[in-house]
Design a protein around this ligand. Structure first.
Ligand code: GAP
Length: 437
């Protein structure tokens, strides 16, 4: 984890939010490589959930909605975590995070300027009774006092439900069908932590899939989406042994869920939620008093909803963790080529030989019209390979003296480190065939 946090900052994936002012807990900024990786994850998700299907359409709803939405959905009352406070130092924790409480209960404390040992803390610690803490983030709008209270959305989901009728009538989709969305959500988390894992601002990628209100049919749709989502992570290279399903116990289910299963990742801080698959039943549409009229039978009913809800930031963190390997002489991000920020890097063998640089620039200009391409002419070739391996660039193309004679270049594969000579006129096709594997 420490290696990833350091790599993320050093190489421009993720920076602490507002760092020059001391940071702000639970907020992160994505750098030049981070934004590419994030966009690639979202693009792959959209491709598999919308473009490759006939039964799903996308939307992009507003972050701030009429507060009545959150009253109807139950979030103003039930979107809570149990909060407890350490009576010694007044730090606040989630009562259901036993490991964090255990750690705090046996850590030294500074009380009124005096350091108390962990043994002393263990003996004297007391906690307040859990109380419900609402996670919605309030904002205040308008120019006259009192300003209108609204909320930053706590899940992107409600934007889909409130537009259900609009989408049905404008897209003419018939049940079963789904609405996909990717966007920011905000939660006033009690204890943000584990790098970006639990943030206060994060992005979700969600599908709300509407089905007939039928126990057996909805159950098989639930199973179908569970498998689809698990396979998506595997298809993008996450090691299957680091993935598992975990069913929610009744006491941990969200207020809207009839039942729920998480896809979990074996993170350095323990098995952790990647994505939730929820059977939301008719909770949301009935709360918003929305129904569906079957165009053939004219039958009117409240559809049930199967939801897949993944986190973009968590995916990004887990893709990084899973791809990062340390070999004898190099650190390597063996990330799937579809996700890697750069697809290829181009180097002139020597930066002070104009004939090599000009030729390399021609290759670079040609490749960058098709792939996000890096240029590197600093240091020696070994250092450039090291640097590209560390950020996951799948291929490096070197222009050397042989190139000037026969118009071939060296293409080096990140994972195998094997090098092949390829004609300049064929490099693009060569890379295209390799990158779509
Ligand atoms: N609409 C359903 C929903 O929001 P959730 O299980 O609360 O369900 C879904 O959240 C996903 O959103 C999680 O699996 C996780 O990937 C991401 N997520 C939730 N809270 C997060 C946080 N504080 N920081 C980063 N990602 C978060």
């Amino acid at each position: 984890m420490d290696d990833i946090v350091s790599l993320a900052k050093r190489r421009g994936f993720i920076y602490p939010g507002s760092e020059i002012y001391g940071g702000i807990a639970g907020f992160w900024d994505y750098g030049p490589l981070g934004v590419e990786l994030k966009n690639n994850i979202k693009r792959e998700w959209w491709k598999s959930m919308v473009y490759e299907r006939d039964d799903v359409v996308g939307i992009d709803a507003a972050i701030i909605m009429n507060p009545k939405v959150w009253e109807a959905s139950g979030h103003t009352t039930a979107f809570t975590d149990p909060l407890i406070e350490c009576k010694l130092c007044h730090s606040r924790f989630r009562a259901d995070k036993k490991d964090e409480i255990e750690f705090h209960s046996s850590s030294p404390h500074i009380i009124e300027g005096e350091t108390r040992s962990k043994d002393w803390v263990r003996e004297h610690i007391e906690w307040t009774e859990p109380k419900k803490f609402n996670l919605l983030t309030e904002v205040f709008l308008g120019v006259t006092e009192p300003k209108q209270k609204a909320y930053l959305r706590g899940e992107i989901t409600q934007g889909v439900f409130v537009n259900f009728k609009n989408v049905v009538s404008s897209s003419r989709k018939k049940i079963p069908f789904g609405i996909a969305q990717v966007g920011k959500a905000f939660r006033n988390e009690i204890t943000p932590g584990n790098f970006t894992y639990r943030s206060r601002e994060f992005e979700q990628m969600e599908l709300e899939y509407f089905v007939k209100p039928d126990e057996k049919g909805s159950q098989s749709t639930f199973e179908y989406w569970k498998e689809q989502r698990m396979n998506w992570y595997k298809s993008l290279g996450i090691d299957a042994k680091n993935l598992r399903f975990r069913e929610h116990t009744p006491d941990e289910r969200a207020h809207y869920a009839r039942f729920a299963v998480d896809i979990e990742y074996n993170a350095p801080f323990g098995w952790s939620e990647f994505e939730g698959i929820h059977h939301r039943g008719d909770w949301d549409l009935s709360r918003h008093k929305l129904t569906y009229k079957d165009p053939e039978s004219n039958q009117e009913f409240t559809p049930w909803v199967i939801e897949t809800s993944g986190g973009v930031d968590r995916s990004l963190l887990f893709f990084l963790l899973d791809a990062y390997k340390k070999e004898k002489d190099r650190s390597i991000l063996k990330i799937h080529p579809k996700l890697s920020p750069y697809k290829v890097a181009v180097f002139p063998l020597l930066a002070n030989k104009p004939e090599l640089v000009t030729k390399a620039q021609d290759v670079y200009n040609e490749l960058k019209s098709s792939f996000f391409t890096a240029w590197d002419d600093r240091g020696n070739i070994g250092k450039r390979y090291y640097s590209q391996d560390e950020i996951g660039t799948p291929f490096c193309v070197t222009i050397d003296y042989v190139t000037l004679e026969d118009d071939t270049v060296t293409v080096r594969d990140r994972d195998t480190m094997k090098q092949e000579r390829v004609g300049i006129s064929k490099v693009k096709t060569y890379l295209k065939s390799k990158l779509t594997v």
